[in-house]
Ligand binder design. Structure first.
Ligand code: GDP
Ligand code: ZN
Length: 316
């Protein structure tokens, strides 16, 4: 049988079939996934093959195979083992909530986040939340930011999770997809999810009360089916996700507008900093590349390793 992993708590996996039947499953044998030293071989969002087995009165599934992942997000362990934990797999899109106030989301933060999602090959939509509280000047700033990000291919929507403004546009985009909401604490993620799917609130409360009993060190992601036909992966307590080992020559490739210009740089390994005949710098001088995007790029490029590891971004 085929199914999708909705929840995992270490040795047991909750797998749902396309028909909507849920089975508790274990893993058969060892799973090794090339290139990553992961603490968990199978993650929420994985598509797996399993067989039902019975052991006395007990019936459970045995996972024998995992389908190739379209993408996945990881978190590096904070201890020295250097192991990674796969938070979720096969994500269709991430919504990044951005607010100008309470709390302020900086453009550097947005750009680092977008770089991570590009590296993970995950589509990102920017949601400028709390539009009900902004002054005209702040609304103009949002328009300006949205124009920067739209120009390079990111969808942007101004919303108010509180008043419901444009919330239906978000749910429309979510349909038939696996979605994740992200952003600083306080930007309105819970408020938005509750506005989109009132049924969801009850579930999260139940789950977290179970979670916090004796499992202080690990937070488990979980996938939910929303009534209007969207899936959401909730990653409790996880503010961001990290990119492991990004080469400095790679960073510019994750700025789509830089990547598009790169063919016109004199050097094919151009870092777009001091090199002559750099198409990115020329575009910057002509205002075709945004100054704030370029500043973010320099910060990521010049930062130490941690600068471009999103798992540390809450502390910036
Ligand atoms: P989270 O930490 O990202 O889940 O943020 P919450 O959903 O808990 O929201 C943080 C605070 O912002 C709460 O007091 C919400 O009521 C408030 N909030 C969320 N969305 C909006 C909004 O669109 N407008 C206003 N005025 N407040 C909001
Ligand atoms: Zn260049």
């Amino acid at each position: 049988m085929k199914g999708t992993v909705y929840k995992s708590t270490g040795s047991w996996y909750t797998v749902k079939t396309q028909e909507g039947n849920t089975h508790e499953c274990r893993i058969k044998g060892k799973f090794r996934i090339q290139g990553i030293k992961s603490t968990n071989p199978i993650a929420v969002g994985d598509h797996v093959i399993f067989q039902l087995e019975t052991n006395g009165d007990e019936a459970y599934g045995v996972i024998s195979d995992i389908e190739e992942r379209k993408n996945y997000i990881i978190r590096k362990s904070v201890n020295l083992s250097k192991q990674t934990h796969i938070l979720a797999a096969n994500i269709d899109q991430v919504f990044l909530l951005v607010t100008l106030r309470n709390p302020r989301t900086s453009t550097v933060f947005i750009d680092r986040f977008l770089v991570t999602c590009e590296a993970y090959d995950i589509k990102t939509v920017l949601l400028f939340n709390k539009i009900d509280i902004y002054t005209q000047e702040e609304l103009d700033e949002i328009k300006y930011l949205a124009s920067i990000y739209r120009k390079i291919g990111y969808s942007c929507i101004g919303i108010s999770a509180k008043t419901g403004k444009n919330v239906s546009k978000v749910s429309e985009l979510m349909k038939n997809k696996v979605n994740i909401f992200s952003g600083h604490s306080g930007v309105g993620k819970s408020t938005l999810v509750n506005a989109i799917a009132p049924e969801f609130q009850i579930k999260t409360t139940e789950i977290s009360s179970q979670h916090y009993q004796g499992q202080h060190t690990t937070t488990f992601a979980e996938m939910y089916d929303l009534e209007f036909g969207a899936k959401i992966i909730d990653t409790p307590g996880i503010k961001g996700f990290g990119v492991v080992d990004m080469d400095k020559y790679e960073i510019g490739d994750y700025f789509p507008e830089f990547f598009a210009l790169k063919v016109d740089c004199k050097f094919n390994n151009c870092l777009h900093v001091d090199e002559p005949k750099c198409a990115v710098k020329e575009a910057l001088d002509n205002d075709e590349v945004s100054w704030s995007r370029y500043q973010s790029y320099l910060q990521i490029l010049n930062g130490d390793e941690d600068t471009y590891r999103m798992d540390n971004y809450e502390g910036q």
